[in-house]
Each structure stands twice: as C-alpha cells, then as structure tokens.
Write a protein that binds this ligand. Structure first.
Ligand SMILES: C[S@@+](CC[C@H](N)C(=O)[O-])C[C@H]1O[C@@H](n2cnc3c(N)ncnc32)[C@H](O)[C@@H]1O
Length: 229
C-alpha cells in the first residue's frame, strides 16, 4: 500500500505528465546558503532554532542542508514541485543525500501548501515564485504563504514577478486588470497593492525595481520582505 504522501505524489506526477509539463520547465538550480543569505537579506543567526519553509527548494536542497549543518535545532522543510518528477539520476543523488542527512521533503505546489495555519517563523522563496505563470496563481500562492507563516513570522521573496490578469474573474482580478492598464502606475506598486490586499501584513523591505511599464508585460520587483501581523 503506498503511503498517503506517496499517493498524492503519484497523482500529481500523473496530472503533470498529462498536462505535458517537463522537469526543465521549472528551472532546477541548487543555490547555497550564502546566496540565500545575500539575495534574501537574511541574517544567519536569526535562523537559529527556527522553523523555516523553503519554497522551491531546488534540486538537492543545498541551502537547507548547509543551514542544518550549522544549526541542527533549526527545523527546515523543503517543498518543491520537482519532487513529483522522477528521473533516475536525481532520485539516486537525492537518495544518497537523504541517507547522509534526512530532511523533510515535500512534493507540492505553491498554490496549495500542505501545512497548518501559522506553522513557520520564516517562509523563503529564492527564484521560485517567479515560475508561476498566471496572476491567479500568484494570488493563491501569496495567500497560502501568509496562511502558513506565524504571526510575527517573516516572508522573504526574491524576486516577485507578477503576470497581468488575463480575464476578469472576480472583483479582485477586475481591480488588478484596471491597475495593469494604468500606464502612470509604476509596476512595483501593483505588487505592493496585491500583498497589502491580503491583509495582516507589514512591509519591512521593498526593492522598487523600476521595470519598463507595459500593460501586457509582467511587473517585477527585487527583494520583498514582509511580516505577518
Ligand atoms: C530556479 S529554481 C530555484 C531553486 C532554489 N531556490 C535556488 O535558488 O537554487 C526554482 C525551483 O522552484 C520549483 N518550482 C517552480 N514552480 C513551482 C511550483 N508551482 N510549486 C512548487 N515548486 C515550484 C522548481 O522545481 C525549482 O526547484
């Protein structure tokens, strides 16, 4: 009998295969601890004894493994869609890494996080949310991130790359559809507006990357850090 996790993983794999998704579509990398600290403006000591979620943790979870070597009492959970794809080479290497240093690895998607509310002190995303292809997926993912971070917990995302809504499904998408049409509004303002709309958020840092505004293109920021109130 497969375990429930294994079953969900297999179901996700079948669905992805049916959609024609390939592993390469999700851009597998494996950035080390130092890159996470500098891109996400994290202070290493702040991560001690914390519960951390790495969203889109990459090929072999290098960041998580290096952090765990430094602080064994830090709990770090890795979620990545690539874990539903099976390739012999990656599986073999992962198996080896997991034997040396077991970490909680979850095959999952940003839009539907398999965690209870208020679970993490930090939710991190380095070059991963930017793989979401629709505005609606971004709204769901950001709402999920906010749900699973603890009050007082922090979210560090680099970068936020928001596609315009394609259709007006709801009052929310209608509002953003109109914001995307407003040529005088800097792109980053749209990202800021979206996160603020989720409520219970305090911005701590916001890189205002001034992209060339174009109503048909993505709007992009650099680093975004916010706290759940
Ligand atoms: C460019 S890699 C970044 C990996 C790591 N954070 C790093 O900085 O090296 C993007 C990661 O996000 C994962 N990913 C992309 N879209 C995803 C989704 N919708 N749900 C979960 N993981 C996703 C990919 O499988 C990939 O491992």
């Amino acid at each position: 009998m497969p375990s429930e996790d294994q079953f969900n993983q297999d179901e996700q794999f079948k669905r992805r295969k049916k959609e024609g998704s390939r592993l390469e579509d999700f851009g597998l990398t494996d950035r080390p601890l130092d890159d996470y600290l500098s891109f996400l403006h994290l202070n290493l000591e702040d991560l001690k004894n914390k519960k951390i979620l790495d969203l889109g943790s990459g090929k072999y979870q290098k960041f998580a493994r290096q952090l765990k070597e430094k602080f064994n009492d830090t709990e770090i959970v890795c979620l990545d869609i690539s874990l539903v794809f099976k390739t012999r080479r990656i599986d073999k290497q992962l198996h080896y890494q997991q034997q040396k240093q077991p970490l909680p690895l979850l095959a999952g998607e940003f839009v539907d996080l398999p965690f209870k509310n208020d679970s993490f002190d930090y939710v991190l995303s380095l070059y991963s949310l930017s793989y979401l292809k629709t505005f609606e997926a971004y709204v769901s993912a950001l709402a999920e991130i906010l749900r699973v971070v603890k009050p007082g917990g922090r979210v560090h995302i680099f970068p936020l790359r928001l596609p315009p809504p394609k259709e007006i499904y709801s009052s929310l998408t209608q509002k953003f559809y109109e914001l995307f049409q407003n040529k005088n509004l800097p792109g980053y303002k749209i990202c800021e507006e979206l996160i603020n709309d989720l409520g219970k958020v305090r911005f701590l840092h916001y890189d205002r990357k001034e992209n060339q505004y174009n109503p048909f293109s993505y709007v992009e920021t650099g680093l975004v850090i916010f706290e759940k109130l």
